[in-house]
Structures are given as structure tokens and as C-alpha cells.
Design a protein around this ligand. Structure first.
Ligand code: C5P
Length: 230
């Protein structure tokens, strides 16, 4: 079970809640890394909390801008010494992905850059609405090729695409949000799987938010351990 990476989405702007989540993630046999996103980072105390945070974490900002702005954004994060993963959106294009990866290497050689593909809240109907003519799988595959070409370390996609990506790109980290424990509500997610199915579909790590953080976190972790052990 130890080689299964679990990234816990700490999606709140309340420091007390964040502390409660972090404490509840301790003392179990899982390999857990916290993930902080827009809600916490944009909050009044979020950034300064992360500056002093003493454990490795993932900063999920899904940067999507012109290359210079994107790499400058990464530069502004260099004081966050424990930030081990950052995300950039594949929609920003090859030059942006390359620029971010190159700059990330300069500021911290251990910082992994993950390229985000089509969000797990979107399905083929949403893609049509946006104006895409390719389906989810075709687009994610195309974005994965860009991410690989850029030299980025990994890809964020739905577990429904992870097997297909693994077949083509053997060495990419594949991290999958859109994860629910059996029976949990999907909420705004569209392309979902259980953690066990995601690992069986070649995910290197899974992102879990509400399935773990809603209700009693310790109990939810126990549920996850039982689920993975079956
Ligand atoms: O609560 P839930 O497990 O749905 O949370 C998923 C987390 O993963 C959120 O923090 C969300 O921002 C993030 N994420 C996602 N889909 C992506 C990339 C990141 O849901 N494609």
C-alpha cells in the first residue's frame, strides 16, 4: 500500500480546518501529501501559512497564461521551499509548458511540474459547448503528448484516461483527480473512479478531496485503507 500516493485536496480557506485536515492525515500506513489549491492560496493567510509549512506539498494553481507571465508566476513561488509539485494547464500551449519547466528546474531541481489536461468536471457535452470537435479521450491524449514533449514531469487527468496515457508514455507521472469512495456523491465531478480502480488503471497517484475531508476524516481514511486492501 505504501507505493500508492494519495494527494489530499485541502480545499478550504480556514486555517483551523487546514490544521485539522493535516493532523488527521498523520499516523496511518498511507503515503499522503497535502494539496493546496486556489481557495486556500488566495485566502488572506493561506500563502503565509504555506511559506512556513514544514512538509512537502502540492500547490495546485493550474497556471494558464503567456509563457513569460507563467514563468514569472513560478519565480514568485520560490520562497515556498516545501512546494514539491506545481500545476500548469496544457491549454497554455507547448512554449508555456516548456518555459515553466525550464524555470522550475532553475529555482528548485526537486520541483515537479504537472500538466493539467481536460478537467475531470467536464464531459463530451461540455467540450462541445466550449467548441471542441474532438472528444475527451482524443483531447487528453493530444495534451499528454504536449506535456511529454515539454519535458514536464507528469500529467493530471481522469483515471478514465490513465491506462491509455500509460500505454503511450511509460515514464510520465499520472495523477488522477475525480476520485470517489464507493457510494460517495459525485458533486461537480464527471469523469470519476474509485481509488482502487484508479490504481488498477495505472495511476501513479490519486487526488482525493471531499471523499476524505467531508465528515470524519479519520473514519474516511480507515474506509480508504479497507477499500484499497480488498
Ligand atoms: O473533492 P474532490 O475530490 O472532487 O476534489 C478534487 C480536487 O482536485 C480539487 O481540489 C480540484 O481542484 C482538483 N482537480 C480536479 N480536476 C482536475 C485537476 C484538479 O478536480 N482536472
Amino acid at each position: 500500500m505504501n507505493n500508492k500516493n494519495i494527494f489530499v485536496a485541502c480545499d478550504t480557506s480556514n486555517i483551523k480546518e487546514i490544521r485539522k485536515i493535516i493532523t488527521s492525515l498523520k499516523n496511518n500506513k498511507l503515503k499522503i501529501t497535502p494539496k493546496f489549491g486556489l481557495q486556500f492560496f488566495y485566502s488572506k493567510n493561506g500563502r503565509s501559512f504555506l511559506e512556513k509549512f514544514e512538509k512537502d506539498f502540492w500547490l495546485d494553481l493550474k497556471i494558464n497564461d503567456i509563457p513569460q507571465t507563467a514563468l514569472s508566476a513560478i519565480d514568485s513561488l520560490k520562497d515556498l521551499k516545501k512546494c514539491k509539485y506545481i500545476t500548469v494547464h496544457a491549454n497554455g500551449g507547448l512554449n508555456m509548458l516548456k518555459a515553466v519547466k525550464k524555470h522550475a528546474k532553475k529555482i528548485n531541481k526537486n520541483l515537479k511540474v504537472l500538466g493539467v489536461t481536460i478537467l475531470t468536471s467536464l464531459d463530451n457535452v461540455s467540450l462541445k459547448e466550449i467548441g471542441h470537435t474532438r472528444n475527451v479521450q482524443q483531447l487528453v491524449l493530444r495534451q499528454a503528448a504536449l506535456i511529454k514533449k515539454s519535458g514536464c514531469d507528469g500529467i493530471v487527468c481522469s483515471p478514465q484516461e490513465s491506462k491509455m496515457i500509460r500505454k503511450k508514455f511509460k515514464n510520465l507521472l499520472i495523477i488522477t483527480p475525480g476520485i470517489r469512495l464507493p457510494g460517495d456523491k459525485l458533486n461537480d465531478q464527471a469523469r470519476v473512479m474509485t481509488p482502487k480502480d484508479a490504481f488498477n488503471n495505472k495511476a501513479s497517484g490519486v487526488v482525493m478531496g471531499r471523499s476524505l475531508t467531508n465528515g470524519n476524516i479519520k473514519k474516511n481514511i480507515k474506509k480508504l485503507i479497507d477499500h484499497l486492501g480488498k
